[in-house]
Design a protein around this ligand. Sequence first.
Ligand code: NAD
Ligand code: DAU
Length: 355
Amino acid sequence: MTILVTGGAGFIGGNFVLDWLAQSDEPVVNLDKLTYAGNLQTLASLCDDPRHRFVQGDIGDRACVDALLAAHRPRAVVNFAAESHVDRSIHGPGEFIQTNVVGTFQLLEAVRGYWQALPDTEKAAFRFLHVSTDEVYGTLTENDSPFAETNRYEPNSPYSASKAASDHLVRAWHHTYGLPVLTTNCSNNYGPYHFPEKLIPLVIRNALAGQPLPIYGDGRQVRDWLYVGDHCGAIRRVLEAGRPGETYNVGGWNEKPNLEVVETICAILDELQPRADGQRYASQIAFVTDRPGHDRRYAIDARKLERELGWKPQETFDSGIRKTIAWYLANQEWVRNVESGHYRDWVAKQYGTPA
Ligand code: NAD
Ligand code: DAU
């Protein structure tokens, strides 16, 4: 028994691989292109672990995926690989279309070929789990109900449009070919190993560096925050017991305006690592130009996952953000290596090939 994880050197995929191997001896083949967001230092604790096999490659490279499937015969594929940052998608949407749409298509085709040739019992047990986002549902007003699985797709950014397209492909491969797919649509994650371009790790990093904490627009946009370990638990549960062809929304029941998130981080840092000059970290907050097309509010109704599969998040925002800040304070070297680009040297050092 083996699973194939794609994008397992990124933030959520990396946490998923670490959690998986902490709880199970089932080996993981980890296919990741190592874009700027892929960081093998996240997986350094597994470098001598025979249960983890890392392969640098692209989900859109059909020959590479075909060969991996044939060699390792996984019982499941969990697809995290994607371009994930909304701001980058606004500056350059091309990579998002390439990986999130064309890459997912190529991956589905490779998996379909592999799955169709499996013996009947393995074929019935096989799963393709596609990790997606709440952003496919568009934006909510203050009084709207949280996104349910039945909400229509109304993506607003190049990123969310590319993820919506990938979800549609996954759905169609189930309806047309019978591929046993599962799709999860999750809200904003936070936690260890989060690339410091996203709000929470960026604010922690900038606060400690004495730099401005950039808040887009009025800072009243709302996100529904989920601790990454809870997301990994939800994916394991859906993989184990989800019904093929179904989608499951995953969220933390933790709606917070951005300004409140940043103020909370500042207050915890004031307590754990006060500024040398006695000033409060919140004094570094700076309002900056808004993100074009910025979605106002996301919120997830995760009741289907709780009702059908018994999953509920374990962390509150207070417990999760404290864990996260403590992790960043204890792992400043991980952050410094990302900033300096040295994390990419790790690939050459460890695997003998440049990233
Ligand atoms: P990330 O940007 O941190 O990591 C993405 C990983 O995918 C990187 O390791 C990168 O090298 C790899 N990758 C990119 N293109 C690839 C390709 N063509 N082939 C193989 N590997 C490739 O992203 P993340 O935040 O960990 O998100 C993982 C998945 O979860 C994405 O599909 C994203 O849309 C989804 N998601 C993220 C969040 C969130 O809050 N971060 C929330 C909901 C859903
Ligand atoms: O909702 C799930 C999505 O969450 C995932 O699908 C995406 O992959 C992930 O990147 C995340 O998207 P967001 O755009 O919500 O995350 P980000 O951390 O970029 O921004 C969170 C909020 O903070 C958003 O309202 C924009 C705002 N923001 C962000 C940055 C980077 C700021 O105000 N200032 C900033 O500097």
